[in-house]
Design a protein around this ligand. Structure first.
Ligand code: BEZ
Length: 211
């Protein structure tokens, strides 16, 4: 069965380009972006893995570790990293998992045989420090992911984990947020002293509390 939001991300031990890991131990107290790609030495994947390497500072600033997976073997990953570094002008310094027996891909439902045969699609799992799945999305092989969107949702997820707020459509870091319905309107001033606006009894906004 597919993983659902709120499920514990299945733990595993795996060979990676940075040595063997126990996934949950490796995540530790960080957030994690775990993403699969179909195959090594392919064009879209090359740009994606290079982009994640270039965004290292953005992920680190948010306390996020990144880790990739494909079903190719470790030696192939190591050779391909040289190409990524060369063509994308970066250094891939996060682990890529070798999942040759597809056991991790199956545990995370990353193989969608009606889309692409026996290879992983472009899955993304954002996992919290509590090891629970916070957000997932899936792109087909031919469509590269938007890593700015991944940073945006990390900001939203982390904010919502710290305050009783939700984020409106197309929200960006720094914009007003929605006060959740768990907070009665009369309690908002104490919790959100920067001010608030009652647009409807069920739609109350406040400046982003951690800015
Ligand atoms: C790519 O990364 O370009 C790709 C990989 C597998 C199938 C199609 C495209």
């Amino acid at each position: 069965m597919a993983l659902r939001l709120g499920d514990i991300a299945p733990n595993f031990k795996a060979q990676t380009t940075q040595g063997e890991i126990d996934f949950h131990e490796w995540i530790g107290n960080s957030w994690c972006v775990f993403f699969s790609h179909p195959a090594d030495f392919t064009p879209v994947c090359t740009t994606e893995l290079g982009t994640v390497a270039k965004y290292r500072g953005e992920f680190e600033a948010r306390g996020v570790k990144t880790i990739a997976l494909s079903v190719d073997p470790i030696g192939s990953h190591q050779d391909w990293i040289k190409d990524i570094n060369e063509t994308q002008c970066t250094i891939v310094d996060y682990p890529i998992i070798a999942d040759a027996d597809r056991s991790i891909a199956h545990a995370y439902d990353m193989i969608h045989p009606n889309a692409i045969d026996n290879l992983t699609v472009r899955s993304v799992f954002i996992i919290g420090p509590d090891k629970k799945v916070k957000l997932t999305f899936t792109y087909p092989a031919a469509i590269g992911r938007n890593f700015d969107e991944i940073l945006r949702v990390l900001d939203a997820l982390q904010l919502a984990s710290q305050y009783p707020v939700a984020t409106p459509a197309n929200w960006k870091n720094g914009q007003d947020v929605i006060v959740t319905l768990a907070v009665p309107t009369e309690d908002i001033p104490a919790k959100f002293p920067k001010g608030h606006t009652v647009i409807k009894p069920y739609l109350r906004t406040t400046p982003q509390p951690n800015k």
